[in-house]
Design a protein around this ligand. Structure first.
Ligand code: ZN
Length: 152
């Protein structure tokens, strides 16, 4: 399993690289350079997929994010989703500060998947300015996924 950042309805949780304190980055501020609330060290840019595990967190993210949001709908039983995970993480690492990459488990978050009528997974949804910009499905190498994000 590739590493994912956690989130809640107020933002993305990120550990300080200097002191280890868990900092919450508000969704509205994810494009900015964060600073640790405890030691004031610069936080690294959000360059990893973010796990979204509630309808409330999802709604807050898409309505407040100044960056395009790329959603990977996946499930633990889905083989192509497992193969996709490192490609999705690679794409996230290459677009730090440009887009935010999030993962939604379709078994646990059926309401979110239902909003986009997700059927076959992996499926990808691109949201810009709170609105659906594009939707696709099936395995994509990181470069192809990035091209889709940038052109849509
Ligand atoms: Zn710190």
């Amino acid at each position: 399993m590739s590493h994912s950042l956690q989130s809640d309805e107020r933002g993305i949780i990120q550990s300080c690289p200097a002191c280890g304190t868990a900092n919450r980055i508000a969704y509205a501020k994810i494009a900015q350079q964060g600073r640790c609330g405890t030691c004031k060290a610069d936080l690294t840019r959000i360059a990893e997929p973010v796990e979204i595990d509630s309808v409330e967190a999802f709604a807050a993210l898409v309505s407040q994010s100044p960056l395009p949001v790329v959603i990977d709908f996946w499930a633990s039983w889905c083989g192509p989703c497992q193969i996709m995970a490192p490609e999705f993480a690679k794409a996230a690492a290459q677009t730090a500060g440009e887009a935010v990459f999030v993962k939604v488990n379709t078994d646990e978050q059926q309401q979110i998947a239902g909003q986009f009528r997700v059927q076959g997974i992996p499926a990808f949804v691109l949201i810009k300015n709170g609105k659906l910009a594009a939707q696709t499905s099936g395995f994509q190498a990181a470069a192809r996924l990035l091209a889709w994000v940038r052109q849509s």
